[in-house]
Structures are given as structure tokens and as C-alpha cells.
Design a binder for this molecule. Sequence first.
Ligand code: NDP
Length: 497
Amino acid sequence: MTELERKHERAPVPSEWTYASAPEARDIVTLQERYGHYVGGEWVEPRETYTTISPASEEPLAEVGQATPEEVTAAVAAARDAFENGWSDISPAERAKYLFRIARILQERSHEFAVLESLNGGKPIKESRDVDLPLSAAHFFYYAGWADKLEYAFPNRRPRPIGVAGQIIPWNFPLLMLAWKIAPALAAGNTVVLKPAETTPLSALLFCDVLRQAELPPGVVNIVTGDGRTGAEIVKAESVDKIAFTGSTEVGKAIQRELAGTGKKLTLELGGKAANIIFDDAALDQAVEGIINGIYFNQGHVCCAGSRLLVQESIYEPVVEKLKRRLTTLRVGDPLDKNTDVGAINSKQQLDKIQELVATGEEEGAEIYQPPCRLPEKGYWFAPTVFTNVAQSYRIAQEEIFGPVLSILTFRTPEEAVEKANNTPYGLSAGVWTEKGSRILWMAERLRAGVVWANTYNRFDPSSPFGGYKESGFGREGGRHGLEPYLDLDGSQALSP
Ligand code: NDP
């Protein structure tokens, strides 16, 4: 018997065939005890601070600045100075060089960023590693390519930068949303003041070190942290020429009111309540994977999540049965475990909101299903949830839950599917599952949604514009369209979305 055979003979037989834990090491990330604001290429000591935590363990991670109005004013002044004294005049190819550098450094440091993103935001490491980081780098690469080709992107329209962009981002994809905002703004020749969400500031603060490595001129990107008050100060700041906001419809509306009549440019990427529509000829197993990806990816903290499942009546039972079976295989737990499918809810506040809406679903008469799973005691957790027996009028079918909660409704004909899918104040995304290409086109023409995925879901590419209709906001991010809000195009007609 060889040494290897002897070792195998002694190896214990597992009593249970479940995944062993596979935790990602945390030591690639070095956290500071306290972070300031990044203004004019330097760290500025904050006057006030708050503690940012890990939502999976409630463990404090660092003290972070809560920017005061004066600190926001200083950041905007640094951005204005950088815009007027250098950045807007350097050659576009030179601007591209910085963006390429940032993209390369993000790739090189992607492991570190992925661990930090999961630690501070609660999302599974396999998602931050395989989705957030590659897509963030891809956005910088993509817009680096456009920086010296703006004349070709907008022929005969003399594209020029607009000035200082104020950018306010949410907590569901902290680094990716930063990339969606900063990359097109810089490619177009603008400077930036960005505020990450209160609960997830750390990857934006680490990004400042990427800017240092890339030797981006001081003041071109300024990052201030804080809660909604800081965001409101950026919106009010006189010297800001454009606001780009991603977040709730409620705050988006408040920002629109604040900016009315000021002449400042505004783009809003707000909530959604997307329909994922499964026809009876669809490949059911693939469709079930699409449903799972559509709603449980990133704990359902996704503006374009497929949170309303519309199933054709004739296949309702097999779909629900397959879905429930698949749900029992989802692993919920430690975001830093490489086997985890569903991580922690981002904050106590968001968990309360999910719990409140789920309670209304039960009160209104929907039937709840949650697979057996043991949730960690510390931190913020919510089991993957499916509601059947849902009426269109229920709050769980109307409101954005922004959590791992799916509401299932049925339809009989394609016309009815379209009517139900469009019966929402939102219009960000939709999914269609069918073998028939002609039906996909027929549906896509009628669905009032910025993105319609066919036989897939939650696919993103920097070259593809993303944005909503109705209460999901206006303006597009990604693609050539994503440059437009950052450019003065001589008053000529804008590209239609
Ligand atoms: P918010 O809209 O409050 O947050 C988005 C960003 O705006 C954050 O950076 C926030 O700061 C900032 N902000 C808050 N108030 C103001 C203000 N008055 N002026 C300017 N900026 C402001 O979303 P929440 O985090 O409160 O989430 C609430 C709900 O919104 C969620 O349950 C979800 O339904 C939806 N949502 C949708 C998102 C999407 O991508 N469509 C993303 C996030 C949330 P801070 O975080 O510090 O408060």
C-alpha cells in the first residue's frame, strides 16, 4: 500500500455531505482606524465621524468622516479649481491614460477590493470577486477608450466637458456604482465630488489610493463621506454643474425638486419592480436559474432585480416546485465564505424594511415559503423567500422590497403578461423566457423597461446603456449614451435613449 492509499484509508468518512466552510482570508485588507475626506488629492481630517460596520457580524470596522457643509464646499472648490486649471485642457489622449491606469490598478488590486467590498457591504465574496470587480475595471477600460474619440461619438456637435459633477451613490454595488459614475465623467473631461453611501464607504476610500497610484492630478476626483445630509449639501452646492444620483425614488424626487430651475444637469437611476416573465415553452431548468439569479443575487439589493415572477398558468406548478427545490440548495451565511450564495442584509434599517413588507404580504393573504436554513445569530440576515398566491394590489407586488423576496403571479396570454408587467410605477428592467425569438421581440417592443433581458437575467456590460422609465428615473449610464450627461453638446438634440 502506498503512503497516499494509507492516508486515504485513515481519512474519516464525512457524516454529512455538505460544503465545508471555505473562508477567504481577510488579511489582504489593511483597514485604518480612521478615515478622512479625500479633497484636492490629500486626506483631510474630518470634524465629525461615525463608525462603519460589517453587516454580517456588526463588528466595527473603522471611523469615517461625516462631512459638514464646509467640508463639502471645500471638496467642490477643489474640483472646480482642478477643472479650470488643467484637467479640462489636457489632451483627451492624456485623460485616457489616467483611466487606463485606474482600470489596470483595479485589476491588480481586485482581490483586496473584493474582500473589502464583502466585509463592509455583506455581499458574497464570489459576487464581489466575479462581478463587482471585473465590471468596475471594465467600466474604466471602456470609457478610457472613448476619451479621445468624443468627436466620433457625437459628430458635428463639438462635445465639451460641463464642469464639476456631484455624484451620489447607494450601498448595493459601492465600487461598481463609483465606476459607473466616475469613468464617464472623467472621460468627458469633468471633475468629480462623489459621496458613497453611509453604510459602505470603505471601497470608495480605498479607491483614493488607486487615484494616488495612478497619479491623477489633485482635485480631479474628491471623495467625501457621510449620510444623506452630505448628499443634500452636494446637490445644493452652487459650483456643481451636474448631479448624478442612484438610490431611492423618494430621494431622487427630492433632488429633482431642489434642482428645478437651476439649469443644472441631472440624471436619476432609481428603484424598480421588474417582471421576470416565463412562458410555457421556456427551458424550465434554465429559467429557474434565471429566477434565482434575478432575485437572490446580492440578497435582492438590486434595482433591476426580477422581484415579480410572472409564470404562464399552464406551467405554474412545475416552476414553483423546481424553484422551491432550488431554494433549499442556496447557502446563506458568511459573505467571506467562497461557498456562500446569499450574504448579509446591508443594514439594520434595510432589514427592518424587508421584514415590514414581508409581514404585509402575509397579512394581505399571500402564502410564504422559506427554505429551512440556519441564519447566523449576529448581523443582519433574511432567508430567501418566495410568496405565492399574490394579488397585483398587494404591497409586495407593488413596492420595491430590495431584499431576497420574490412574489409570484400568473398570466395566460402574452397580452396579459405585458399588461401585468407594465402595471407598476417603475420601468427599469424585465426578463422574458421563451424559445420563440419572435415572441421575445414582440414582448420587448411592448415592455416599458429600460432593459429587457431574453433567456438570461442581470447581465451587464459597460458598452450597454442602462436606465429607466417613469419612476425608475431618467438618463442612461453605460455605453455611448452614458457620456452624454457629462457633455455640453452645443445645445443640439440629445441622443434619445
Ligand atoms: P437613499 O436613496 O436614501 O440612498 C442613496 C444615496 O443617496 C446614499 O448615498 C444616501 O446617503 C444619499 N442620500 C440620502 N438622502 C439624501 C438627500 N436628501 N440628498 C442627497 N443624497 C441623499 O436610499 P436608502 O439607502 O435609504 O434605501 C432606501 C430604499 O431605496 C431601499 O430600500 C431601496 O428600495 C431603494 N434603493 C434603491 C437603489 C437603486 O439602485 N435603485 C439603491 C439604494 C436604495 P446615505 O446612504 O448616507 O443615507
